[in-house]
Design a protein around this ligand. Structure first.
Ligand SMILES: Cc1cc2nc3c(=O)[nH]c(=O)nc-3n(C[C@H](O)[C@H](O)[C@H](O)COP(=O)(O)OP(=O)(O)OC[C@H]3O[C@@H](n4cnc5c(N)ncnc54)[C@H](O)[C@@H]3O)c2cc1C
Length: 344
């Protein structure tokens, strides 16, 4: 049986941030993930300046695709509003693998199934033993399932269903677009360009409300794809896939003895925009700090709303204009379009 001080189940943003913080403090930590990285993660890949700051990312040194938006384009009915704020897009396929490697912790490919509390620690599938356990396995995290589900049942009214596809596409409009409540969708659709000719488009909304309105996410997708074909992404071909996750509700218990839940495992995505990467990172860092410092693991300062972050970015954008625009950078595949970044 392999023993170590901390085992992290899941190597997404929550798990890799916790591993990064723990490793930097010299802890004996192991990450288990059922996938081999780089792995596909369905996600639009929009990240905020807070994420960049918390991860101490140097945007100039980031070796993969990163595009900075000087504005978001928000659409509601016939209203179309440019929101000047600085946000970024990355490809999760690349970024997650980069974060995990940067964390410097050993990673083993293992599909975790059974977790048993054993004395002051935990035994995983009869093969791994640890004193501290961090659940960072996303919506279907086995740490949540084994140790927390009964304490924090999922709030089904906060379940989001999505359909999306990330494709290589020679996009011409470099803004990030969000369409709210189109055709009665209780949610929004998105167009998120990535550096060097990649693009993520998708639809997402509240599962229960879509169902009770007699609607179907696939029908919303079809309408959205037709709309894109009529303008922004003429001729693009999509084969979308779906994933489901939970917005932040009451999360009563996030620590149980020496076990913690973080990110989507705890259901922390923001209530307004379904932003889950920032909360995943913040909770991963907080769990690591709780282990290292013997401090309480609290999520009160992990915000449940994204608009506050966008408002902050608008204000700093107004106070400090972007750097040089229109920088082109040769990338891997597709035309190079992008302003890579101005500032955060
Ligand atoms: C379509 C879509 C678009 C989104 N767009 C955005 C966006 O643009 N910006 C944003 O901020 N958020 C977005 N989100 C939310 C965001 O993707 C998640 O909130 C975020 O990935 C959560 O990170 P995490 O580390 O908690 O979980 P994940 O990123 O899901 O990582 C969990 C890891 O655990 C592993 N794992 C799972 N089960 C096991 C097991 N049994 N054993 C071992 N390993 C396991 C998985 O392989 C995975 O690597 C989007 C979500 C969806 C579905």
């Amino acid at each position: 049986m392999r023993s170590c001080e901390v085992i992290i189940v899941g190597g997404g943003p929550a798990g890799s941030s916790a591993a990064w913080r723990l490793k930097r403090a010299g802890a004996d930590v192991l990450v288990l993930d059922r996938e081999r990285f780089p792995r596909l993660k369905l996600c639009a890949g929009w990240i905020t300046p807070e994420v960049v700051r918390e991860l101490e990312m140097d945007l100039d040194d980031y070796p993969h695709r990163l595009l900075t938006f000087p504005r978001l384009r928000v659409h509601y009915g016939r209203l179309s509003v440019p929101v000047p704020c600085v946000q970024h897009s990355i490809r999760r396929f690349e970024w997650d693998a980069w974060l995990l490697e940067r964390a410097g912790a050993p990673v083993e490919q293992h599909n975790v199934r059974e977790i048993v509390a054993d004395g002051a620690g935990y035994v995983i599938d009869g093969a791994y033993r640890c004193r501290y356990l961090i659940g960072a396995g996303g919506t279907r995290c086995p740490v949540y399932r084994n140790l927390f589900r009964e304490l924090n049942p999922r709030a089904h009214e906060l379940q989001i269903v999505t359909l999306e596809h990330e494709i290589e596409y020679d996009w011409q409009d470099r803004d990030c677009h969000l369409w709210f409540c189109e055709q009665g969708l209780p949610g929004y659709s998105w167009y998120v360009p990535k550096e060097s000719g990649w693009l993520n488009v998708g639809v997402g909304g509240f599962a229960e409300r879509i169902k009770s309105a007699g609607q179907d996410i696939k029908a919303h997708w079809a309408q959205f794809a037709a709309k894109l074909d009529g303008g922004l992404t003429r001729g693009a071909r999509y084969d979308p896939a779906g994933y489901s996750y939970f917005l932040r509700g009451r999360v009563d218990v996030v620590r149980r003895d020496n076990a913690f839940i973080t990110g989507d495992a705890a259901g922390l995505a923001s209530r307004d925009l379904g932003e889950g990467i920032g909360p995943a990172i913040r909770s991963g860092l907080r769990a690591a700090a709780a282990i290292l410092e013997g401090a309480a693991y609290r999520l009160d300062d992990v915000t449940g709303m994204s608009v506050s972050s966008i408002a902050r970015s608008m204000l700093s954008r107004a106070a400090r204009p972007l750097g040089p625009h229109g920088r082109r950078r040769a990338g891997n595949g597709g035309a190079a379009h992008g302003l890579r970044h101005g500032n955060q």
